[in-house]
Write a protein that binds this ligand. Structure first.
Ligand code: HEC
Length: 471
């Protein structure tokens, strides 16, 4: 009796375990990639950026890891793949969403096990142009290649051991091939994972905002023809108060060094000071680049300001007197110097001026980077709506005959067929066959009404679509 009860519990336990496992795996699918890789290697960088007299020289792409189209494609798949977390629930993109300029909307982000990150997620746009390429708010990571492996191993973010990740990727149906395409052999190791992720992150650049469109035709200190009066006034205020002071300078709106901007009078988070151990660095953080700033809230390393209004108001009259306060934010007419605490600036901006500054900051939004397919999620099952993407006309498979009463054959040219789906001429999916793994597959159309059908075939993560006619 006892024995059968034990067996019963064991069986129920097994069913529960199997169904939980199934549920997790059911959320995973293969990526779909273009036949010809997207262009990551040769980005278009406008002249006003290339000729930036204020110093556009901070390209941190190392000679040991130049961006290649295949490398960044692999990086894109890794970036969006939830398998990088121990329980297949979190990808890099869970905290770095394209629509929010590769950050998220939370004050602190949620990791694989429900834990919260200690700081606010950072935008990844234009990382390539950060001086020295050091990463994180406190610049504790010396390079992007070093940084990208940190969230994977972090016990709040993804909780994964690198050796286990390598095994997981080796057992996947698509990674060996993607590594082969990126590096010439299908060997998977942490160094190759890091390089591909770094290539993808570095490829994300944004120079197509309304600011850039105005700047392309007009010097920086003149009114832009494509701006409203409020935006032009905001631009002038920004130049005076924010840029001439040496902050958010250059056309990339980057800061040279981490700064203490007087968020707190007593250090709460030591920032750079926690890394160098030097008390003079306490409360210093890297400033964000400002392109797409309207999309990246909440703001500051701890996400304390929910809206831009709160940020501008803070710079106007909210700065606190920290001993390490940056000199440009001190009112030198009122401060007699150490050992007195510095006296923070008070800009005395009117409400209209604050609104103009915000209107200007919004012109830095670049919808291209927020929507471009080459930086988007390649996993169709993560996207509620799947559409046919126009594909260049390179045949991956032969489909014949294209007029038939009963059968058609799909024959792959090089690699085995992974999936086939049949769509009606209105785009409705009628049949879907997964895990085929054969060079040839036969489809039976004999029971279907006459008319056009689309056959969508997936081979080597790429899609080819053929039209056939049932007579
Ligand atoms: C659970 C949320 C979360 C996940 C998952 C995550 N990140 Fe982050 N990311 C953050 C947070 C928070 C920070 C800022 C941390 C800090 O400075 O202490 C950050 C910072 C970064 C930075 C530094 C940017 C800069 O300007 O210095 C890069 C690059 C980055 N993440 C890339 C990645 C990549 C690549 C992955 C996937 C392998 C990833 N992140 C996964 C939350 C996350």
């Amino acid at each position: 009796m006892k024995k059968s009860l034990f067996c019963f519990i064991l069986i129920i336990g097994f069913i529960l375990f199997a169904s939980i496992k199934w549920k997790i795996n059911a959320d995973l699918c293969d990526p779909t990639l273009p036949i010809i890789p997207f262009d990551y290697e040769n980005p278009t960088i406008p002249n006003h950026i290339l000729n930036d007299t204020l110093g556009f020289s901070y390209d941190n792409m190392p000679p040991s890891n130049p961006i290649t189209n295949e490398g960044a494609t692999l990086g894109r798949v890794l970036f969006y793949d939830k398998q990088l977390s121990i329980n297949n629930t979190i990808s890099c993109a869970s905290c770095h969403l394209q629509e929010f300029a590769f950050t998220d909307t939370a004050r602190f982000s949620i990791g694989f096990d429900g834990g919260l990150t200690p700081r606010n997620s950072m935008s990844l746009v234009n990382f390539r142009f950060i001086k020295d390429g050091k990463a994180f708010w406190d610049e504790r990571s010396p390079s992007l290649e070093h940084q990208v492996l940190q969230p994977i191993q972090d016990n709040v973010e993804m909780g994964m051991m690198l050796n286990d990740l390598v095994l997981k990727l080796e057992n996947s149906t698509y990674y060996p091939n993607l590594f082969q395409e990126a590096y010439g052999t299908n060997e998977i190791n942490p160094d190759r994972i890091a390089k591909a992720l770094a290539q993808f992150v570095r490829s994300i650049i944004s120079f197509d905002s309304r600011y850039d469109q105005g700047r392309a035709t007009t010097p920086r200190d003149q009114e832009f023809p494509n701006f409203s009066t409020a935006e032009n006034r905001g631009k002038a205020l920004f130049t005076t108060h924010c840029q001439n002071a040496g902050c958010h300078s250059h056309e990339t709106f980057v800061n040279e060094e981490p700064m203490n901007i007087g968020l707190d009078s007593i250090t709460i988070d030591a920032g750079l000071g926690g890394v160098t151990g030097n008390p003079m660095d306490n409360g210093k953080f890297r400033s964000p680049m400002l392109r797409n700033i309207d999309k990246t809230g909440p703001y500051m390393h701890d996400g304390r300001f929910p809206f831009l209004n709160a940020v501008v108001t803070f710079y106007d009259h909210g700065i606190k007197a920290h001993p390490n306060l940056h000199p440009e934010l001190i009112d030198s007419t009122l401060w007699s110097g150490p050992p007195q605490l510095p006296v923070p600036q008070d800009l005395e901006l009117s409400v209209a001026q604050i609104n103009n500054l915000i209107a200007f900051l919004r012109t830095l939004t670049d919808n291209t980077v927020l929507n471009e397919v080459k930086w988007s999620d390649p996993f169709e099952c993560n996207n509620p709506v799947s559409t046919f993407e126009p594909q260049p006309n390179i045949p991956l498979a032969k489909v014949f005959p294209n007029k038939t009463q009963d059968y058609i054959w799909c024959q792959s040219i090089k690699k085995p067929i992974q999936e086939i789906a049949i769509y009606s001429n209105t785009g409705k999916q009628l049949q879907y066959v997964q895990s085929i793994n054969k060079m040839e597959y036969q489809l039976d159309l004999s029971n279907w009404p006459t008319g056009f059908y689309f056959i969508r075939i997936k081979i080597n993560q790429k899609i080819t679509t053929e039209k056939v006619f049932k007579i």
